[in-house]
Design a protein around this ligand. Structure first.
Ligand SMILES: Cc1cc2nc3c(=O)[nH]c(=O)nc-3n(C[C@H](O)[C@H](O)[C@H](O)COP(=O)(O)OP(=O)(O)OC[C@H]3O[C@@H](n4cnc5c(N)ncnc54)[C@H](O)[C@@H]3O)c2cc1C
Length: 408
């Protein structure tokens, strides 16, 4: 029997493991990319909590805005589809799809296709001599030539600066909630009337919360979109597509790398003008005459008072609420990703805080890839949604496999 000292033990525990590729994030994109890489026989490490965004940062009882047929994770043989899962479980192919069905589906995908997810968080990533050193929160260290950042909306919650005057107990972001229990019997103001703001308003009201909803513009209600009920004429005018019906959305999905070829100003204009915040039609009756809706107004003054907050709106109306929930979306900024070492951040080419990517989703740092939300300025709106995983996953996986081959 050999005896080792504490120092040696610590050293052993910190032993560096090497992988062909490390994936940071185990959401739909991270899992899909892992599936394609494993199929290519690569030595893959994937870190993060499977479906954490969907389990911990979306409200229970939520329905998906996307159709079930547009919410597939991607495996190379397309064996683990949502359709097959629904059939196996005897669930109906309904729209809207309950979030619980999607979580169950994606967990089934993960357990069958990517069973080796390591739930440890990544603490920091640095680059030395062409290799990335990935330090895990539990002290382990991993080395790899390729890293895929699949961290979704994490780190990017958008909090408009006018709310900085309030302490955290009076203002929070919708990212922080999986239910609204803490507000039962209280009055909250939800700021932002996109899908998340309006759905949170409906769910919070149904959980016994008094809800006011503030929208800068009139709420944009999406037209009903039941695939089975659409007539042939409607389908010709606006074909079914994963993002929403329409020829442009159809083209983005059918030719998923075409958007990349547009000039950056054209891409920026498209993203700015085509995707205004909107809410599904099935939320209309769940909020009408139930939620106090303030459209075409903004907040002009905020003052903490009596444990809550006095709010003055741009038309002069005053409200007193117990809490403000910002459903103001997500803005990518690599500087918020504190896990990237300062030296790496300094060298990473970004424009307006968004990493610049080559046609393989790779940054100017060889072997460092960004997918999902961080990639939409380059690759288009498809990649904001799960539906984009079927195009991103094979593309990123083949680039990494080629790189691994070259480095042999
Ligand atoms: C409220 C809401 C509703 C939505 N509804 C839909 C919908 O109906 N349909 C649709 O297609 N899309 C929807 N989306 C968009 C959705 O975010 C994406 O489609 C999808 O989740 C993106 O997947 P992802 O893998 O990029 O990231 P995410 O699903 O966000 O996963 C991020 C992963 O990163 C991990 N992670 C974070 N930090 C670290 C770290 N330091 N170390 C290791 N791992 C880390 C997390 O644990 C998690 O596993 C919705 C988004 C929101 C916010």
């Amino acid at each position: 029997m050999s005896i080792i000292s504490n120092a040696q033990k610590e050293q052993q525990e910190k032993a560096v493991t090497q992988y062909d590729v490390v994936i940071v994030g185990a959401g739909p994109y991270g899992l899909s990319i892992a599936a394609h890489l494993l199929d290519k026989g690569l030595n893959v490490a994937i870190f993060g909590k499977p479906l954490e965004l969907w389990r911990e940062h979306m409200p229970r009882g939520m329905n998906l805005r996307s159709h079930w047929w547009a919410t597939n994770l991607s495996d190379p043989k397309q064996h683990y589809t949502f359709k097959r899962f629904l059939k196996l479980k005897g669930y109906s192919q309904e729209h809207p799809t309950p979030i619980e069905h999607f979580i169950e589906y994606a967990t089934w995908f993960q357990q069958n296709v990517v069973p080796n997810v390591d739930e440890t968080y990544v603490a920091s990533i640095e680059r030395n001599n062409g290799l990335y050193t990935v330090n895990l929160e539990d002290g382990r260290v991993v080395r790899t030539p390729s890293v895929v950042m699949a961290i979704g909306v994490y780190y990017f919650a958008n909090k408009p600066t006018e709310y900085d005057v309030l302490p955290p107990e009076l203002v929070s972001h919708s990212f922080e909630y999986a239910n609204f229990e803490r507000f039962k019997g209280k009055h909250i103001l939800i700021v932002g009337a996109g899908q998340s703001g309006v759905e949170n308003a409906a769910l919070a009201y149904e959980e016994g919360v008094e809800v006011s909803l503030l929208a800068r513009r009139p709420i944009l209600w999406l037209a009903p979109d039941r695939t089975d009920e659409r007539t042939l004429k409607q389908k010709i005018q606006a074909p079914n597509a994963g993002i929403a019906p329409g020829w442009a959305n159809w083209a983005l999905e059918a030719f998923p790398y075409l958007f990349y070829r547009l000039s950056q100003p054209a891409k920026d204009k498209y993203l700015r003008t085509h995707y205004n915040a909107a809410a599904s039609d099935w939320l209309f009756d769940r909020t009408k005459d139930k939620v106090h809706i303030y459209e075409q107004r903004t907040v002009t003054q905020l003052e903490p008072k009596d444990g809550g907050c006095d709010v003055t709106l741009s038309d002069g109306e005053n409200l007193h609420v117990d809490h403000i929930m910002l459903a103001t979306g997500y803005v990518v900024n690599v500087k918020k990703m504190t896990m990237l070492a300062p030296a790496l951040l300094e060298q990473l080419r970004a424009d307006n805080g968004i990493p610049q990517l080559n046609p393989w989703f790779e940054t100017n740092m060889p072997g460092l890839y960004f997918v999902g939300l961080s990639s939409i300025r380059g690759f288009g709106p498809l990649y904001r949604f799960v539906v984009g995983a079927k195009a991103a996953a094979p593309r990123v996986a083949s680039a990494i496999a080629r790189r691994a081959e070259r480095l042999k």
